[in-house]
Design a protein around this ligand. Sequence first.
Ligand code: PMP
Length: 407
Amino acid sequence: MNVQEIRKQFPILHQQVNNHPLVYLDNAATSQKPVQVIEALNRYYREYNSNVHRGVHTLGTLATDGYEGAREKVRKFINAKSVQEIIFVRGTTTALNTVAASYGRANVGEGDEIVITPMEHHSNIIPWQQLAKATGATLKYIPLQEDGTISLEDVEKTVTPKTKIVAVMYVSNVLGTINPVKEIAAIAHKNGAVMVVDGAQSTPHMKIDVQDLDCDFYAFSGHKMCAPTGIGVLYGKKELLEKMEPVEFGGEMIDFVDLYDSTWKELPWKFEGGTPIIAGAIGLGAAIDFLEEVGLDKIAEHEHKLVQYAMEQMKEIEGITVYGPKERTGLVTFNIKDVHPHDVATVLDAEGIAVRAGHHCAQPLMKWLNVSATARASFYLYNTEEEVDIFVKGLIKTKEYFGNVLF
Ligand code: PMP
């Protein structure tokens, strides 16, 4: 499929916004959904909506097959060893909180260390802050280098035998930095710690192999990779998950319930209390089929071209600061001198261009960048070079609008 054929699969892209063709560049916040996913949801609700794992009736069996079939698709997609290692959750935030609440509470104590970085999304900071506060552990940060990358030397210096958990994002939602999580995992293991990877911004854009990364936990959200909102995945190594306690208790996750005690189902269901996210998982399965048909390597290459093309042009516009390293995934975070990013986003919106403005759920990183907010354009498989041109024209217009032509 070429980019025009890909675009045809996304009905939402073919509309005017403020009398201009929509240019959707807010993909790091959430992606659009192809007909394959919309149809999968439609079919589920029209033809076989039913609860799973319970009934012996035909619809129940179809729904269970759809739900568990999606788990196998996820397993293959990230190359996990077993479907028992794939837990369906609401999203990255829930996945990371589950690790902190279950593994963290059982394995972290006073005097221990939890290591993260200042570039993390709030979802990969606050669960660890809370864990540190509750247990008396110390939260430590791997410092960032000037270009917004991490050096392995600094990782070696920060992670010690006292470290119990290292939690790092694979790709930054602000800087586009691709962190060396495989190498960081090796350093964590050498010190006896587990490695948690926030894969929210990597999984939609590049081939993931959790066995090759050798991470212990890996979290991601469906909605950033063409799937519906409300579905995400926590991957965990089976030997760790087996020893962990569930964090949600109730229906679906139990084996036997007595008046004063209960036992849990086996993996992965012991972590999926209550009626699961059936439609969401089926939608995620359809999204995976679609992304695999296009090819993750092709998607990564396409986005790489777009972001380098955008950055080359932005470099030529005086008064624009671009944050982060040259080698990055398909997003560009920037500021225009003397223009608030919300104003940038508002002017672009009037041109039909959707970008994000704000702190991007990364306030410590904003502090490190010494800004209160930034604007961000983030690309996906359906964006085109023409859209980059429209975006760059929009930036020039924004500058003119605010009277900053002659910096
Ligand atoms: N981590 C990163 C790097 C993200 O970009 C996001 C979403 N912006 C999250 C975590 C949280 O994902 P969700 O809101 O889907 O739980």
